[in-house]
Design a binder for this molecule. Structure first.
Ligand code: FAD
Ligand code: NAI
Length: 466
């Protein structure tokens, strides 16, 4: 090791990008430290993102199944009673266990946690409070925060106008919740409170929800959410939110311009996207700047324009997803150690954890068609024996393949376990599989995954159960 520096690698941020990079770097024999200002490790994902949102989604699914008659149909009669403090308790417990797990892994792998906010002094020196630390390589993994909406002041403590963090913690079910933004956060957290009894109205600027997803999936998802009781105000923008007492008045107007209207709400969730965290990092002292979107640009090895300074996760371009950050964390550590770490950004799954789940990997049908001739195979979950038996017939699987080579270009699914099913599609694409390869792979019966096989068969018009 180079003793000129305090550490071989210093990582700023302990989210899924930073903590994974730290553990991998230590495993590769590098003296590693990780700077984190939060009280617990794990970043947005473990503290206020992926994990607590899934804890609330999971619990509210059971409540909904009991309340909406799904369980009664299975021969289980129950009248559910909401015990919100216990529901929040199990969420906090999940967060505590998982963040504590990272602290354990840091100790086990001899990663030093430097508590506090990091700021560059120069490319190899970072100040954390009173302390100044040097490292041969520095990785920026500072993640992202909620994008603010002009004219709207979020105050999570008051529980009236909240962001995703506030929406995870509401201590009563709002009568009417207005969700600003029909993206992943709005639909997941809107679903939680809808299931627990709130009326939910989603205001979306565009004419479709879920930007970035396949067009047909976007349309079908919206139909499904409407059927579940979420109301949509599409092509509509929010111009302001006024709070008076414990109520909020949301002012909206058509996205294209026109007469303003107001909507009364008990709670307003602002979920219009996230922006990279670079404030206070003193990037300029390291010789770095951000692009017009506020992101730090890197090469394919995750090195910035300054040698020895690297960046990964939500703070660099690409989808803001935990698994993308984790894979970049492994790759950057390997590159720093002199190995070859690679992330295939063409094969990163997207999953919305609603009921049913919505998932996809690779190109949308629109993007694939724009690139060349394609073949598309579709299979409805209503034809899948397991989905039918479980009384969950909503959704479909769609496979997009190159018309000539038959290589799989994209797979999209709406199905109860779509998030788990999509892993198979990702692996197939990584291996350069054709739709025929999937069609001739034996899938266990009865599983939801058989729908992927049948969609692959349908690429050549030969599914069995339709
Ligand atoms: P982060 O997780 O944001 O971690 C960055 C860390 O750096 C933070 O802890 C921060 O405190 C720290 N930090 C920042 N600046 C400094 C500094 N100067 N000094 C010291 N520390 C600093 N993604 C999924 O894939 N699946 C999901 O189900 C999912 N659900 C989500 C639900 C919600 C409600 C939200 C908000 C996000 C969700 N995401 C999900 C997105 C996911 O959380 C992020 O993509 C992921 O956390 C990004 O990881 P990261 O390591 O880049 O940054
Ligand atoms: P998003 O980018 O997914 O969706 C934001 C939505 O708000 C878009 O549909 C956009 O058109 C709309 N919008 C923007 N400005 C608006 C305005 N003024 N009025 C009305 N609508 C407006 O962002 P979201 O949902 O905040 O999530 C942020 C990030 O967190 C996402 O990039 C996502 O990747 C990540 N995340 C991932 C999850 C998952 O993987 N399951 C779960 C939750 C978050």
């Amino acid at each position: 090791a180079d003793q000129t520096y305090d550490y071989d690698v210093l990582i700023i941020g302990s989210g899924p990008g930073g903590y994974v990079a730290a553990i991998r770097a230590a495993q590769l024999g590098l003296r590693t430290a990780c700077v984190e200002s939060r009280e617990t490790l794990g970043g947005t994902c473990l503290n206020v993102g992926c994990i607590p949102s899934k804890a609330m989604l999971h619990a509210s699914e059971y409540f909904d199944a009991a309340a909406n008659g799904t369980m009664a149909k299975l021969g289980i009669k129950v009248t559910p009673e909401l015990d919100l403090p216990t529901m929040h308790g199990q969420r906090l417990d999940a967060v505590k266990q998982l963040t504590g797990g990272i602290a354990f892994l840091f100790k086990k792998n001899k990663v030093t946690w430097l508590k506090g906010r990091g700021a560059f002094v120069d490319a190899h020196t970072v100040q954390i409070g009173e302390q100044t630390v040097t490292a041969k390589d520095v990785v920026i993994a500072t993640g992202s925060s909620v994008t603010a909406l002009p004219g709207v002041t979020v105050d999570n403590d008051k529980q009236i106008v909240v962001d995703s963090t506030g929406a995870l913690e509401l201590n009563k079910v709002p009568g009417h919740m207005v969700v600003i933004g029909g993206g992943v956060i709005g639909l997941e957290l809107g679903s939680v409170w809808r299931r627990l009894g709130a009326k939910v109205t989603c205001v979306e600027y565009l004419d479709q929800i879920l930007p970035g997803f396949d067009g047909e999936i976007r349309k079908e998802s919206q139909k499904m959410f409407k059927k579940q009781g979420i109301e949509f105000r599409m092509s509509t923008k929010v111009t302001g939110v006024a709070v008076s007492g414990d109520k909020a008045t949301v002012t909206v107007e058509p996205a294209a311009g026109g007469a303003a209207e107001t909507i009364e709400a008990d709670c307003v969730l602002v979920s219009i996207g996230r922006r990279p965290n670079t404030d206070g990092l003193a990037l300029d002292k390291a010789g770095l700047s951000v692009n017009p979107r506020g992101q730090i640009e890197t090469d394919h090895r995750f090195q910035t324009s300054v040698p020895g300074v690297w960046a990964i996760g939500d703070v660099i371009p690409g989808p803001m997803l935990a698994h993308k950050a984790e894979d970049e964390g492994i790759a950057v550590a390997e590159n720093i150690a002199g190995l070859t770490g690679i992330v295939n950004h063409d094969v990163i799954p997207l999953v919305v954890y609603t009921w049913p789940e919505i998932a996809g990997v690779g190109l949308t049908e629109e993007a694939a068609a724009a690139k060349g001739e394609i073949k598309v195979g579709k299979f409805p979950m209503a034809g899948n024996s397991r989905a039918k038996t479980n009384h969950d017939p909503d959704g479909f699987v769609k496979i997009i393949a190159d018309a000539k080579s038959d290589r799989v270009l994209g797979v999209w699914a709406i199905a109860v376990p779509a998030g788990t099913m999509i892993a198979e599609a990702g692996l197939a694409m990584e291996m350069g599989a054709t739709s025929e390869d999937i069609a001739y792979t034996c899938h266990a019966h009865p599983t939801h995954s058989e729908a992927i096989k049948e969609a692959a068969m349908a690429v050549r018009g030969k599914a069995i159960h339709v």
